[in-house]
Ligand binder design. Structure first.
Ligand code: CTP
Length: 410
């Protein structure tokens, strides 16, 4: 980017929170996209990152104090956002949201926001309990009504406690996509024109109308993949077992219960360019589940006869010619000999790539916010990815799959 002519200018307000360190990456990546950043930091923000490091990246003075500006010899707080197309607050702490909602103006950051006539985007970051607190919910509703836009927070592990929940600041690339969209209108994603079909979650196999066999899959990884693909511009259908997760924005989501419904929904949703099977499909169903609730007073304990479910991944992988998605990706949840078992699974199910992970309880992966995977390709290559948040795994997988499909398009 030429320093003299950035495509856009934004004013970034950094408030106090551990996520403040992510702003350094946000600034760097913004500049890569031709967006010049000027920063205002609150006092609390300076406990987490220094104005010196922020200034080194913005290549500009960092503004911290209201009283520095009061004589208006330099640049008044009213004028601070004038050159910017957008004001971004990232991370926005619970306290700062409360100040914004209350219309306070007792420091530079809050005064700038009260004085600006520019659109404002807020990326909250806080402990999940603070995010869920009625006071914060009320403040967010007030700010939304005032026309303020929000990005996130995402679900993930909290820095301070290791607890998972909503409150994690959105990743810099997501914040930048939102910034760009607000400045330029909807962005054409790099995966425009590609169709993804994704399965996620557990399946519920009925025993009778009120009981079922299930597993511990949370569906998070599949939902994160659907979200990432849609965000990058792909056309996405998600076939989901029961999870309790909200349908991702911009994704056609089909809710199913049993494996047989999942297979039917997948077949009805074809064709697709890329199919990703993350669902923990039950291997067995109860043969002839009861039409009525099984009563305890009948003689003896019920004997459940299990029969094998169809393998959805193998069925789709083995479709003939043009009916088969160009790239079929399976997941292998293993508890031992991860690479060996996953490689055998890839061959057995005839898929192209398999994402292997160790789901032993000690890893905390099943139901947790993080994943540590190995991407195995049918040529035999094994790529070990570091432990990452599930949405980062999703973003990387979707980008790699999309690039492959676009490069090998017939
Ligand atoms: N899968 C599927 N349909 C099934 C079973 C599994 O589509 N009936 C898919 C999963 O979505 C995943 C891959 O197959 O992408 C591997 O699932 P996994 O449960 O690890 O494998 P299984 O075939 O069940 O093998 P095993 O239980 O012996 O490990």
């Amino acid at each position: 980017m030429s320093e003299s002519e950035p495509k856009h200018r934004i004013l970034l307000i950094i408030t106090g929170g551990i996520a403040a360190y992510k702003c350094l990456e946000l600034i760097r990546r913004a500049r890569d996209r031709g967006i010049a950043v000027r920063c205002v930091m609150t006092k609390a923000a300076q406990q987490f990152v220094t104005p010196l490091s922020v200034g080194a990246l913005t290549n500009d003075r960092v503004f911290t104090d209201l009283f520095d500006l009061n004589d208006e010899r330099e640049i008044g707080h009213i004028r601070l956002s004038r050159e910017a197309g957008l004001v971004v607050v990232a991370p926005a702490s619970a306290d700062f949201l409360a100040k914004m909602a209350g219309g306070h103006a007792d420091d530079l950051a809050s005064s700038v926001l009260l004085a600006t006539d520019k659109p404002v985007l807020v990326a909250p970051a806080m402990n999940s309990r603070m995010w869920a607190h009625p006071a914060t919910v009320r403040n967010v509703a007030t700010l939304t009504e005032d026309g303020i836009s929000f990005i996130g927070p995402g679900v993930g592990e909290m820095a301070e406690s290791g607890e998972a929940g909503a409150g994690r600041m959105s990743e810099p690339h997501d914040i930048l996509d939102a910034i760009q969209e607000m400045l330029e209108g909807p962005v054409q994603g790099p995966l425009q024109g590609l169709r993804f079909l994704i399965t996620a979650g557990p399946t519920h196999e009925p025993i009778d109308p009120v009981r079922y066999i299930a597993n511990r899959s949370s569906g998070q990884q599949g939902y994160a993949i659907a979200t990432a693909a849609a965000r990058l511009g792909a056309d996405v259908t998600l076939v989901s077992g029961p999870t309790g997760l909200a349908a991702p924005d911009g994704v056609e989501t089909i809710q199913v219960e049993a494996a047989s419904d999942m297979l039917a929904a997948v077949e009805a949703s074809l064709p697709a360019d890329i199919a990703v099977f993350t669902a923990a499909v039950a291997d067995w169903r109860v043969d002839g589940s009861a039409e009525q609730k099984i009563k305890k007073d009948r003689k003896g304990t019920p004997q459940l006869k299990l029969v094998e479910n169809a393998d959805i991944l193998a069925t789709v992988s083995q479709l003939p010619g043009a009916e088969r998605p160009q790239l079929v990706i399976g997941f292998a949840a293993e508890t031992e000999h991860v690479i060996k078992h996953a490689t055998a699974k890839l061959a057995r199910k005839s898929c192209d790539w398999i994402v292997a992970n160790d789901v032993s309880p000690a890893t905390g992966i099943m139901g947790g916010a993080h994943n540590e995977v190995h991407l195995i390709k049918d040529g035999g290559s094994v790529d070990d990815w570091p432990r990452m948040a599930k949405d980062e795994v999703a973003d990387r997988l979707v980008r790699e799959a999309g690039e492959y499909a676009l490069a090998h398009r017939t």
